[in-house]
Design a protein around this ligand. Sequence first.
Ligand SMILES: Nc1nc2c(ncn2[C@@H]2O[C@H](COP(=O)(O)OP(=O)(O)OP(=O)(O)O)[C@@H](O)[C@H]2O)c(=O)[nH]1
Ligand SMILES: [Mg+2]
Ligand SMILES: [Zn+2]
Length: 309
Amino acid sequence: MGRPSLTTESGLVIYGINNIFLVRPDVGQGRVECRIKGKILKESEAEYNPLTAGDRVEFERDSEEMGMILSRSPRKNSFTRWNIKGRMPQTIGANIDLLVCLASPEIPPFRPRFIDRVLVAAERESIPAAIFLNKTDQGFTDELALRLAVYESLGYPVFTGSALKEGPGKKFMEALKGKTTLFFGQSGVGKSTLVNRLVPDAAQKTAEVSEKYLRGRHTTTYSILFERPDNSALIDSPGVRDFFIHDISRDQLSHCFPEMVPYAGMCRFNPCTHTHEPGCVVREAVSAGKIHQDRYESYSRILEELNIS
Ligand SMILES: Nc1nc2c(ncn2[C@@H]2O[C@H](COP(=O)(O)OP(=O)(O)OP(=O)(O)O)[C@@H](O)[C@H]2O)c(=O)[nH]1
Ligand SMILES: [Mg+2]
Ligand SMILES: [Zn+2]
């Protein structure tokens, strides 16, 4: 058994922790544990974590199971979370075909404001987004149904189900086919439970939501990709408590609200922040009930934050 020759291979990043990256080679079986050759990738010099689940890389092996990453292939897109007011960016998935924002009705509580932020971030990256309301066994009120209908009317598919009890349903499974889907959401909404349901040998850790605070326990700590036999892949990601919108300009923000897009450039002032300016067609649309008040409220709050940061 000699040392394998140094040929360049390509592969898919399954996860990265502490600068060790697990790569699934495109050709052949198994997994290769890789480090980055020369410690820094030129494609990612300014980034907090250079590689994440879903990235495609070129690597060379120094043994059957160990190797060195030479480069990162250009990304179609990537999804980054900025917690603590934009001070700690973390890329949690790359080359995503669908972002599913998971939510739950009660434990943890349903937070449309949080969902709106995630949708804005997805729009910004042009990543198609959908909502999965999990834990329907914990209750499903008419009010919640109405709130979800708003998202559906905006073109975001809405799925409901229970990862733990009856499963996610056929419609959801159809939507995942052939795609790389990122599961994202507050801690404790059931992302890992859903992954375990859909990938029988995933064995992702799950943990009960704190009864006292109705918050999850941040059980998943790094993004990890699972491939399914139907040519789809799922990325489980670490849950967050808050989600901040960061590197987006104030003018750009309304482009990330699909219901505001038809009014682009129609206000008396241009640019218009759609907050106080006279002759603002967006605010007229809110008053006329064409834009949902609550979505407008999310817009205003994010804009306010962008002013401060
Ligand atoms: N009743 C009910 N409980 C669920 C359902 N799905 C998940 N849970 C429970 O919710 C808790 C949190 O689930 P996890 O899968 O760990 O949540 P997560 O979103 O991965 O959380 P983080 O990894 O912290 O982001 C666990 O106790 C699960 O058993 C469901 O459909 N119904
Ligand atoms: Mg989890
Ligand atoms: Zn306006």
